[in-house]
Each structure stands twice: as structure tokens, then as C-alpha cells.
Design a protein around this ligand. Structure first.
Ligand SMILES: *Cc1c(COP(=O)(O)O)cnc(C)c1O
Length: 462
């Protein structure tokens, strides 16, 4: 498979190229030249998660890694998930299913990608006897997943930027209590978008990022999207969904990475009616679906902090398709966004979006009510992000169709909010005893790129 930048300056790149550089030098995102095609009826015969992952991921990697070697990497990655089944399902109302994506070591769906990407990096690094420095901006869950995965690597250091006072205390402990010598948690006095901008400015400085062997594993890294496609197929296969059934996925959305993976699935042959963009008050995508205008507003702090994001970075990949893969049109729109803080699409483009996507915004009060109701009615505790997915799917009101709601995190990660809603306290599993005992160690920086550059210079892995 070959890859190109959505803004046109780079093309004919291999999977390895784009894995390591993360963001194109023109600021664009990498996308594959074409969508591998899958015959769903054939694929349906495979109901083992790792085997399915191999079928879906291999075509995106191609010659770069041998199929048998990729199989080993995948098997090892998903061995670390706690349940026998990597993805589990919980039925609520009729035709309403929660897809539990929080059985990995850090209890959010981010583990699916991180537990596999880090070993893939290690695989390439050991071939060339090299070391790597990962830089991550996180709204909470990506950072904990990256730190857990990198903690097991001897070739990689990770510098993880999180926004001060805007992540849950569980998430913060996950990032700051490992005390690994290769782990550098950094609190930034700003928002997630500020952290993301620091990462972007370090990445586009090619001299710096090459000198210090830097790569990024943000949601803009293509490999994360690619890995997340798998559970969309798995969900339908495990639930015996036939090709001509009408089903919907509701996806709690921030950076548009997870739901975009579902979109890629559809392009490959996943039989889905609608992808529902479920947002919190940071509703840039919901406003876009309703108005055709994508416009940046300041970020609001909510009880679903992993989605407190002003700009949905992966949206540029969908925009590229809406521009019929024209890199110049995509660049134009993204420049408008940079200069004017908004752009609009044509009604034709808007209709294309609405064929596949619906959207709903769910506010904090509704989140609290949904957590409480679900607990009272089904004796089942959902986290605030999953609650947004559930609320959006109910508002869409396609009750005669199967609705799959992505359960993106375990409720214990957001226990403050969840405990208030259900009216009693929650007990974390004993797996986290050590985390609660250990002291929190982290750096605390202003919102500036300089301090981050300095800490990398002083501590990079070489
Ligand atoms: C990251 C995250 C999301 C949002 O996913 P995107 O890919 O950024 O849209 C939703 N819920 C939880 C719990 C998350 O960690």
C-alpha cells in the first residue's frame, strides 16, 4: 500500500514512512491511495479477533512486514487484554448494544492501537538497531495507553503532554505513577488543543524531529485509525449481522479518529447504515453536520474530558474525500480554517456527508441522567463518554434497527462523575493497587514549545 498527504506535498510513501513521520511536512494527514476491498460474507467466517485483525490490517501494510510476523505481533498485543474475549457486548434495550472496548490494560479503547503500534515500532527499530522518542498530546486516555505500552519497550522513550486540570484523577495517576525511566509525563498549562499544537510544531520542524528521532502517536497517526477498523467488523460478525441488515454505530467523538475508522470500514465493505457522531458540548462536528460550516470555537470543560477538543483533527481525512481527493481543494479549505477559523462546504458535499453520518450533541446534565437511568434500569454502569453515545443513538430513534454504541472507556476512569450520578462509590480492581500507592511524578510546564523541546534534548533515547 502507498500513502499520500491530504495536502499534496508527499506521495508514494510506505506504511513504515508514515508510521514514523505521523504528520506530513505540509501539515496534511496521510491517507492510503486506495481502500482495500473486503467481501463481508467471506470475512464473516472469521470470528477470532486476532485473526480478523490480521485480515484487515495486512493489506494496509503490505510488503513492509511479513504476514507471519504481523500475526505474531497482533497475537501478542491482544494477549494483554483482561477478558477471554477482547471485545465484549452488553445488551440494554431491544436492539441496543454496548460494544465494550475497555478490556485493555488502561481501560479505554486507545489500548487497541497502542498495544500494537508500540511493538510495530519496536519491530522496525530492532531491524535497524535504532531508538525512538515518541511524543503524544493527550486528552487523557491516549497518554495512559501510550505510557503503558512504551513501559514495556527498551527502545522507546515517551514524552506525554496532558492539559492541566482537564483530565480525570485516575487518568493522571495512570500516566504519572509508572516511574519508568523512559516515561516523561508533562502537564501543560493549557487545553488539549494547546498540547496538540506543541506536538504539531515539533513534528513539522523536520530538522529537530530527525535529530532527536521523534515520532508521534496522536490520533492523527494513520496506524491508529487502521487498527480501530477491526472492531467494527468484529462487532457485526460476532452479532451475526447479515449483509443486508440495516444497522447503526453510535460513536462518542472528539478527534474524529474512532468514527473515521468506521467510515474507512464502510469504504472497505462494512455493511452499515449510519455512523452517529455523538459529541459533548464541544460540538464542532454536530454544528458542521447541521450547517455545512466547520468553525472553531473555544473549548468547554465537561464531564467527558477525553472529548474536550475544539478541532477534530482527523476530519481533514473526510474533507479530502469530500473534495474528491483533490489535495489543492483540501489545502484551500484548511488554509481558510487557519486564517478565518471556519470554512463551509457545498450543499452537494454536505449531502454526501449526511448519507453516511448523523450527529447529536448530548450535554452534561443528560450524561448524568443517562448514567443514572442505565444503572437503575439495567444495573449496568456506563462511563460519561459511552453515555453520550447512548444518548445520541436514542435521539436518532431508529429503534427498529440494531444500534451498536461504542463503549469507549470503563466507568472507573471517570469515577467522580459516575459516582455522583449513581449515588454510591466504585471500587477499582486490585490491578490498580500499585498505581494508587505510588507517588505522582511529572513535569509541569507553561503552554510553550520551548520547554518541551528542551526536555526532549536532555532526555532523548539514543
Ligand atoms: C479518545 C476518546 C474518545 C474520542 O475518540 P476520537 O477518536 O478522538 O474521536 C471518546 N471516548 C473516550 C473514552 C476516549 O478516550
Amino acid at each position: 500500500m502507498k500513502y499520500l498527504s491530504t495536502r499534496g506535498s508527499e506521495k508514494d510513501l510506505t506504511f513504515k514512512d508514515i508510521l514514523f513521520s505521523g504528520l506530513a511536512s505540509d501539515g496534511g494527514l496521510y491517507v492510503p491511495e486506495k481502500w482495500p476491498q473486503i467481501n463481508y460474507n467471506e470475512l464473516k467466517k472469521i470470528d477470532n479477533y486476532s485473526e480478523l485483525a490480521l485480515e484487515i490490517i495486512y493489506p494496509f501494510i503490505g510488503e513492509d512486514i511479513k504476514r507471519t510476523e504481523l500475526k505474531d505481533l497482533i497475537d501478542n498485543a491482544y494477549d494483554k487484554f483482561s477478558k477471554n474475549e477482547i471485545v465484549t457486548f452488553k445488551g440494554l434495550k431491544q436492539r441496543e448494544h454496548i460494544v465494550e472496548l475497555f478490556n485493555g490494560p488502561t481501560l479505554a479503547f486507545k489500548d487497541f492501537a497502542m498495544q500494537l503500534i508500540v511493538p510495530i515500532f519496536d519491530y522496525y527499530l530492532s531491524q535497524e538497531n535504532k531508538k525512538l522518542n515518541l511524543i503524544v498530546a493527550t486528552s487523557g486516555d491516549t497518554g495512559s495507553a501510550a505510557i503503558n505500552a512504551v513501559n514495556q519497550s527498551s527502545k522507546i522513550n515517551v514524552f506525554c503532554l496532558f492539559p492541566k486540570g482537564r483530565i480525570s484523577s485516575f487518568q493522571k495517576k495512570q500516566m504519572t505513577t509508572t516511574h519508568g525511566e523512559n516515561i516523561f509525563p508533562i502537564e501543560v498549562d493549557g487545553t488539549f488543543d494547546d498540547c496538540q499544537n506543541i506536538v504539531k510544531s515539533i513534528l513539522v520542524d523536520r530538522d529537530f524531529s530527525e535529530e532527536f528521532s521523534i515520532a508521534a502517536v496522536n490520533s492523527i497517526n494513520w496506524s491508529r485509525v487502521m487498527i480501530q477498523i477491526v472492531y467494527y467488523f468484529y462487532t457485526l460478525i460476532k452479532n451475526n449481522i447479515s449483509e443486508n441488515e440495516t444497522i447503526n454505530f453510535s460513536v462518542p467523538t472528539g478527534n474524529f479518529g474512532d468514527i473515521y475508522a468506521g467510515y474507512v470500514g464502510i469504504k472497505m465493505g462494512l455493511p452499515v447504515n449510519k455512523l452517529i457522531i455523538a459529541t459533548n458540548e464541544n460540538d464542532i462536528l454536530d454544528r458542521f453536520i447541521n450547517s455545512g460550516t466547520y468553525s472553531i470555537e473555544s473549548v468547554t470543560k465537561t464531564t467527558s474530558p477525553s472529548m474536550d477538543i475544539a478541532i477534530a483533527s482527523n476530519f481533514e481525512r473526510l474533507l479530502f474525500d469530500l473534495c474528491k481527493k483533490s489535495t489543492s481543494l483540501t489545502s484551500e479549505k484548511m488554509n481558510d480554517l487557519k486564517n478565518n477559523k471556519f470554512f463551509s462546504v457545498s450543499s452537494e458535499q454536505s449531502d454526501l456527508v449526511k448519507k453516511i453520518f448523523s450527529s447529536k450533541m448530548i450535554n452534561q446534565n443528560e450524561v448524568s441522567d443517562l448514567i443514572k437511568e442505565t444503572y437503575n434500569q439495567f444495573n449496568y454502569i456506563i462511563d460519561p463518554h459511552t453515555a453520550i453515545g447512548l444518548g445520541a443513538s436514542r435521539l436518532l430513534n431508529e429503534i427498529d434497527q440494531n444500534n451498536f454504541i461504542l463503549g469507549t472507556a470503563h466507568p472507573i476512569k471517570f469515577s467522580d462523575t459516575v459516582e455522583k450520578a449513581i449515588g454510591h462509590s466504585m471500587q477499582p480492581s486490585s490491578d490498580f493497587n500499585e498505581m494508587f500507592k505510588n507517588e505522582e511524578k511529572f513535569y509541569s510546564f507553561k503552554n510553550s514549545v520551548e520547554e518541551v523541546r528542551n526536555i526532549i534534548k536532555d532526555n532523548y533515547s539514543k
